[in-house]
Design a binder for this molecule. Structure first.
Ligand SMILES: Cc1cc2nc3c(=O)[nH]c(=O)nc-3n(C[C@H](O)[C@H](O)[C@H](O)COP(=O)(O)OP(=O)(O)OC[C@H]3O[C@@H](n4cnc5c(N)ncnc54)[C@H](O)[C@@H]3O)c2cc1C
Length: 261
């Protein structure tokens, strides 16, 4: 029974089966290096992978997204890319924000904080080097290393939309104006929570070979066998855990019943 999770902690396997996430960090268990997929393949399994991941975003692999600094990525503030331009709905579902970030192709993104801000966490970020601080928009652009004229235009448009009460450009329902004073920019990176791709299985959890026949005595469930469940974008938070429990229960039952057959 293979239940080894995904392969998102193996850079080589990400390059092979999920290149969208090449070079990005992942919050999954450090043991998720694709052992199950490799063993299944060696046993003749058909491998299904469509270059998908659970797309997310984060500050760094050392900062849990539940830590005071990590959690800042959830604020629906203005986000700009390396050109200083706004590019997405900052209140969107996280896997879709990840898609926008990947499509944008910037290496880093910046979430802009002003007004009433979680100052303690941001100051921690300043010490860590993942947050920069300034009093004016020009100084903040310089500290981020983005073109000031683009950034000023992004802020001006963002404030115009916030004042109008409707984000006609991207549909963020909760935008608020950004004012000079105490300004912070948090560096945010595309990151993942897991991988898509693994051994093809039937409804009993048996691993299938490349001719479409079950491999006797070999079962798989969970992230190691999720290649058939998704295309490339993670459709909804919670679907992974649900699939893991439901399919693993069935696969475990089938495997136990097969003993002695
Ligand atoms: C931070 C985070 C938040 C998430 N939030 C959600 C959520 O809210 N909702 C949701 O549906 N999904 C969520 N997910 C995804 C979900 O947690 C995983 O898809 C799910 O845990 C996969 O279950 P699994 O049993 O297949 O693998 P895992 O839970 O990854 O377990 C596999 C285990 O096998 C171990 N292992 C690997 N190789 C070997 C080996 N050779 N020998 C022994 N052990 C080995 C690994 O170290 C790991 O501990 C989240 C993932 C992360 C990382």
């Amino acid at each position: 029974m293979l239940a080894t999770g995904g392969f998102s902690q193996s850079p080589e396997m990400i390059d092979e089966y999920g290149p969208t996430a090449s070079g990005q960090f992942c919050y999954a268990a450090s043991g998720n290096v694709g052992d199950g997929l490799r063993m299944a393949k060696e046993a003749g399994a058909d491998i299904v992978a469509k270059d998908g991941v659970i797309g997310f975003r984060g500050v760094s692999p050392d900062r849990s997204y539940r830590a005071s600094l990590g959690v800042l990525v959830f604020y629906p503030n203005l986000y700009v890319d390396e050109k200083g331009e706004r590019f997405m709905n900052e209140a969107n579902y996280y896997a879709l924000m990840y898609e926008d970030m990947v499509e944008n192709e910037s290496d880093e993104f910046y979430s802009i904080f002003s007004g009433e801000v979680p100052a303690e966490a941001l100051e921690e970020g300043v010490e860590d080097g993942c947050v920069v601080k300034a009093d004016t928009f020009e100084e903040l652009a310089e500290a981020m290393g983005v073109p000031a004229d683009n950034f000023l235009a992004s802020v001006e448009r963002f404030n115009e939309l916030a004042e109008s009460g409707e984000d006609e450009d991207y549909g963020n329902p909760v935008i608020a104006t950004i004012e000079e004073g105490e300004l912070y920019a948090l560096t945010v990176l595309p990151a993942t929570l897991g991988s898509f791709g693994g051994a093809r299985v039937n409804l009993q959890g048996e691993v299938m070979d490349t001719d479409g026949n079950p491999i006797q005595g070999l079962y798989a469930a969970g992230e190691v066998a999720n290649g058939q469940l998704y295309k490339s974008v993670y459709p909804a938070s919670g679907t992974f855990i649900t699939a893991v429990f439901v399919l693993a229960r069935d696969a475990g039952k089938e495997a136990a019943m097969s003993i002695g057959e």
